[in-house]
Write a protein of this length. Structure first.
Length: 233
């Protein structure tokens, strides 16, 4: 998009220039690592967070395309921005792609001309074929975690429905018991995990979550308010 000044000359939108530069960088990364490396750009300021991908190369790695849904980290970041929180890059962590592919991923946040976080450069390298050569390629697939701790891998969803299902499963795993066995405090904790993860940015998520936990939508949002009131004290 361009703007027109009083002399009838078109002045490029600085943010458009940033986005164009990101696409060139994306192509360079994809060329460097080949067809097993997916590189995509998300728009953090989109009015439709369910379809945040605005550019993607080698989408077959995760089965996604332009207009598809974000990963858990991107959705959490959109929610964090709405609260005025800062964002920190996530580098060299493990995720899962289509067909159980093991991916080495990085999520890099990019600011726009107004010095505000606007874009995400996401890199997902399929390292499934490398794991059989652990000794020779250990430095390539090394991740930033304590060797004594087992790394949990997040699955990159193909749709927002799949993402919401994953988040609900994680909220239940956090408590360690089925919703029917949870008391009020445990349900508040599980639902606020979903809120912090950005689950309620997904359309009609309130209906699905309230049904899953066996509560009304009024109760659902009152549980979210419980945390807000505690934070305000």
């Amino acid at each position: 998009m361009t703007t027109k000044n009083e002399h009838s000359h078109y002045v490029p939108d600085p943010n458009e220039t940033i986005l164009e530069s990101l696409t060139f960088i994306a192509h360079g990364i994809a060329r460097q690592f080949g067809s097993n490396c997916e590189v995509c750009i998300h728009d953090l300021k989109t009015s439709d967070p369910e379809h945040s991908i605005i550019y993607i190369i080698n989408g077959h790695v995760t089965g996604r395309d332009i207009g598809d849904s974000p990963s858990k980290i991107v959705l959490e970041s959109i929610e964090a921005l709405s609260k005025g929180d800062n964002l920190t890059d996530h580098l060299c962590y493990l995720t899962k792609g289509t067909g159980g592919k093991l991916l080495k991923s990085s999520t890099i946040f990019v600011k726009d001309y107004n010095n505000e976080f606007h874009y995400v450069l996401s890199i997902n390298l399929d390292i499934s074929g490398f794991t059989a050569f652990d000794s020779a390629l250990k430095s390539l697939i090394n991740i930033n975690n304590n060797d004594t701790e087992e790394q949990k891998t997040e699955a990159i969803p193909n749709s927002v429905n799949e993402l919401l299902d994953n988040l609900i499963e994680q909220s239940v795993a956090l408590i360690g018991k089925a919703p029917a066995l949870m008391n009020k405090e445990e349900k508040v904790k599980a639902i606020n995990y979903l809120n912090d993860a950005g689950a309620f940015l997904i359309q009609k998520s309130g209906d699905k979550v309230s049904n899953y936990f066996g509560i009304s939508k009024f109760t659902l949002y009152s549980y979210v308010d419980v945390k807000k009131k505690k934070e305000e004290l």
